[in-house]
Design a protein around this ligand. Structure first.
Ligand SMILES: C[C@@H]1O[C@H](OP(=O)(O)OP(=O)(O)OC[C@H]2O[C@@H](n3cnc4c(=O)[nH]c(N)nc43)[C@H](O)[C@@H]2O)[C@@H](O)[C@H](O)[C@@H]1O
Length: 405
């Protein structure tokens, strides 16, 4: 039962969606940003992996709706497909996936069962899963015909037949058992999927890293990043020893990546300054630190990934006048093509190829860059670094999330 819906996957990566397959759609708390959502994807993908140990299930990719951080008002960023940002064929090599838009082109836009996930009140209740009273307003409403209406990513024809709140605190395998044994619908929807946790050994398991490695960025974004590396930073994969092999065949990776002759910094500003201000440096202190690093590493180039303002970037450059400071600055036309989400990925892609990376405390943008560097095979001392706040006395450096194959 493969149809035109799967055509965006190349022949090499095309997977079958079995006739009897069931489908799992999910959503995340609306306030969460792009890179936290990527983490939730990994949890859901591994839930689908567990489900497939019993019967065929397919993960339905929820469209990307405009996020608060996507500030380009002149660009249409509503209901974007995953293929804008990721190589969907590669995702499909870990678990079968289909974009929601493609799903409803062929099948009825009916969700059979909704399980609105919520945490448990008593956090000592590990291994809890039960249909429960809803703890808060879920914004699901039943109409006169008994259909459950909701925003559903802005796709009006979708409705659900059944709705429940589900309290959950436990392993992914517990959720898989529940779905396999207590549900029968063709399409199941799990809103608030951030309530799922990573599986058995969490971030330290090969399953986590399989899901992570399958999240290859879309080729046009990688190409744009590679072009910038070549043209502005003199960096290419052969010289830098960062040639990426097909992740499905890689069983280990010696830490031999050299990286381009530049330091990459991720300077998270904007709303993070309010939430984690104490742990973020002033621009001046960040620049002072980078100056020291450049000297220590005998480098001259800096690549800056940031959501900061143009003023903040110029201030940073001014402190580093004697050095080459670069930023990926897309034209309006390029923003239209890549979207704000794609521009952030291009920044991440350039940053993860640097000889040395230093990120911002607590930002999932920095986390994802570090994971990419683990995948590329960098020495951990060049990766697990962060800026300290100017007044921070105990500036703990990021824990090493070591890749597992
Ligand atoms: C304060 C909290 O921060 C959490 O953000 P955090 O983990 O950094 O990471 P994200 O969840 O991805 O949200 C931050 C967003 O800001 C933009 N952004 C941040 N850094 C860069 C950069 O270097 N380059 C570009 N081009 N864009 C950047 C980008 O759109 C990114 O998805 C959020 O998930 C929470 O919702 C909350 O806002």
């Amino acid at each position: 039962d493969t149809g035109p819906e799967e055509e965006h996957c190349t022949g090499r990566t095309k997977y079958d969606i079995k006739e009897n397959a069931r489908f799992l759609l999910y959503d995340v708390n609306p306030g969460e940003g792009f890179n936290l959502r990527r983490d939730v994807y990994m949890r859901v993908a591994n839930l689908v992996h567990h489900l497939n140990e019993r019967e065929p299930w397919v993960l339905v990719l929820p469209p990307w709706v405009r996020m608060w951080h996507w500030k380009s008002r002149d660009v249409d960023q509503d209901r974007l497909k995953w293929s804008e940002f990721f190589d969907v064929g590669s995702l499909g090599k870990h678990v079968p996936v289909i974009e929601l838009g493609d799903y409803i082109k062929k099948r009825a836009p009916i969700i059979d069962e909704v399980y609105h996930l919520q945490g448990v009140v008593d956090v000592t209740d590990w291994d809890t899963i039960m249909i429960d009273r809803c703890q808060r307003d879920t914004r699901f409403q039943q109409d006169a015909q008994g259909k459950w209406r909701h925003w559903y990513f802005g796709i009006e024809e979708i409705y659900a037949e059944k709705f429940n709140c589900l309290s959950f605190f436990g392993q992914l395998s517990l959720m898989a058992t529940f779905l396999a044994e207590n549900t029968t619908g063709k399409l199941i929807f799990l809103p608030r999927a951030e309530n799922l946790l990573h599986g058995e050994y969490g971030e330290h398991s090969s399953l986590f890293w399989k899901a992570r490695r399958s999240m290859m960025y879309a080729k046009p974004l990688r190409d744009a990043g590679d072009r910038f590396r070549r043209e502005h930073l003199g960096s290419d994969d052969v010289t830098d020893n960062t040639v990426l092999r097909d992740w499905t065949t890689v069983k280990s990776q010696p830490r031999q990546a050299v990286g381009g002759a530049y330091i990459a910094v991720h300077l998270r500003r904007g709303d993070h300054l309010h939430v984690r201000g104490r742990e973020l440096p002033s621009i001046k202190e960040a620049a002072k630190h980078v100056k020291k690093l450049l000297k220590k590493l005998a480098l001259d180039k800096v690549f800056v990934a940031t959501d900061g303002t143009e003023e903040e970037y110029q201030e940073f450059r001014n402190y580093l006048k004697k050095h080459q400071v670069h930023q990926f600055q897309p034209t309006r036309q390029e923003v239209g093509i890549y979207k704000d989400g794609g521009v952030a990925i291009i920044d991440q892609w350039i940053a993860c190829h640097a000889r040395y990376f230093i990120g911002s405390s607590g930002s999932t943008v920095s986390f994802r860059i570090r994971e990419d560097r683990e995948i590329l095979g960098f020495e951990q001392s060049t990766t697990f670094n962060r800026f300290c706040g100017d007044e921070e006395s105990d500036c703990e450096q990021p824990a090493h999330w070591t890749i597992v194959y």
